[in-house]
Design a binder for this molecule. Structure first.
Ligand code: ATP
Ligand code: MG
Length: 388
């Protein structure tokens, strides 16, 4: 039976005059994914996007793709039927039992957008309910609190029949909130942070710092794989890779050991901010979580922030590690994140890092390292990968 997908809007519904701006960004992303799965027609009306897949499109794969589009709250698979009551009832008997398997109660509803259709909504609903019961005698009708709903929509050209829906990705369409630069490490938290900001509409670009030969080619591949995994949600991502080997060696050779990590993080923030400005990103994103490690205490973050001098989003800041892990499992980055490769932040780590640093002392240490030229050189060596 021919099927169509109905994608219901999430938070975009609440938008007023500029709703179409958000709608257009989401439609573009939906079209991109439909093309990826074999093509089809995409249209929209009344806070629903209709996707009519081409014959050769794999509808299961398309549903999985659309479930990763931010801005969609739910997706219904619906049978498309001619607007003739006998044909509708025959289709209900054929299409619905599989959808209701395992449910104990249902309720039938009808929506009649085409007011010329000869039967009224309550009559249609009663006939549809009867058709379901005729093929599934053990299921009960429950007008209040049914376990699942069966709906027939009488639209302009066709009738749609559907039962239940799949959860969408929610959030706001990627790109509707501007562009931000994610500091992407190979860990668990930063891919989750990127996903969370994309969910709020940020177009995510990434920067990764490596420290060859202290970090390996495999560590870089791991980060690119993480970017590929989050690009399932965020869309295509540019990943800028910058080497901080010389900066780290200079810090090792010149500053007091306890300041090493803080100063490296300030340097990373400065480099990221420079790339962000060039790439017209309006914010940085990190995976930091308050108190997780010495460099993520309130005082440590307040000495790294001024080095960036721009807006920094830390969507994981108030989350426990377990909460971050549960998101990383859901978005499929966890197994890759826990692969045991080294990160530049774990090279030359001090035994007793400063957890209560004071900015003037930090700056005095930083001056000893004279990083300006090294940072400029590091940026000249930037390599960009296009992922997704
Ligand atoms: P994650 O699991 O995200 O790696 P973490 O718990 O390992 O976080 P840190 O290593 O202290 O914590 O890093 C904190 C944040 O700094 C990361 O979430 C990430 O945004 C950024 N970061 C750390 N290392 C790098 C790196 N090599 N390249 C880019 N960003 C990094
Ligand atoms: Mg890390």
């Amino acid at each position: 039976m021919k099927e169509i997908l109905l994608c219901k809007y999430g938070e975009i519904v609440l938008k007023g005059l500029n709703k179409s701006h958000f709608e257009n960004i989401m439609l573009k992303e939906i079209r991109r994914r439909v093309e990826k799965c074999g093509g089809g027609k995409v249209s929209h009306a009344q806070s629903t996007v209709y996707v009519d897949p081409a014959d050769e499109t794999d509808v299961d794969q398309l549903c999985a793709e659309l479930q990763k589009v931010f801005g969609i709250a739910s997706i219904c698979r619906a049978a498309v039927v001619e607007k003739d009551m006998d044909k509708i009832l025959a289709a209900v008997k054929e299409y619905i039992p599989e959808k209701l398997a395992g449910y104990r109660s249902f309720r039938a509803d009808a929506k009649r957008a085409d007011k010329r259709f000869p039967l009224k909504s309550p009559e249609i609903a009663a006939m549809v309910g009867g058709a379901v019961l005729s093929v599934m005698p053990s299921i009960k009708v429950a007008l209040d609190n049914p376990e699942i709903g069966v709906t027939v929509e009488i639209r302009e050209e066709h009738a749609f029949i559907h039962a239940g829906s799949m959860k969408g990705a929610d959030g706001m369409p990627v790109g509707s909130a501007g562009r931000a630069l994610l500091l992407l490490s190979g860990g668990i938290d930063s891919p989750v942070a990127g996903y969370m900001m994309a969910k709020r509409g940020a177009r995510v670009e990434a920067i990764h710092f490596e420290s060859f030969p202290y970090t390996s080619e495999a560590a870089r591949e791991k980060v690119l794989e993480l970017a590929r995994l989050i690009s399932d949600y965020c869309g295509p991502i540019k990943v800028h890779v910058v080497s901080v080997t010389e900066i780290q060696e200079r810090l090792r050779d010149t500053v007091d050991e306890e300041y090493f990590t803080l100063l490296l993080r300030r340097s990373m923030m400065r480099l990221a901010a420079r790339v962000a400005q060039k790439r017209e990103c309006h914010a940085l994103i990190t995976g930091e979580s308050l108190g997780q490690v010495a460099s993520q205490t309130m005082l440590a973050m307040s000495v790294t922030d001024p080095a960036a001098g721009m807006l920094i989003f830390r969507p994981c800041i108030g989350m426990d590690k377990e909460e971050i892990i549960s998101i990383s499992r859901r978005i499929n980055t966890f197994e890759t994140s826990i692969l045991p490769y080294e990160d530049c932040c774990t090279v030359f780590t001090p035994k007793h890092p400063k957890t209560r640093p004071e900015l003037p002392k930090v700056i005095a240490q930083e001056e000893k390292a004279m990083l300006t030229e090294l940072e400029a050189t590091a940026l000249l060596g930037l390599t960009t990968y296009y992922i997704g």
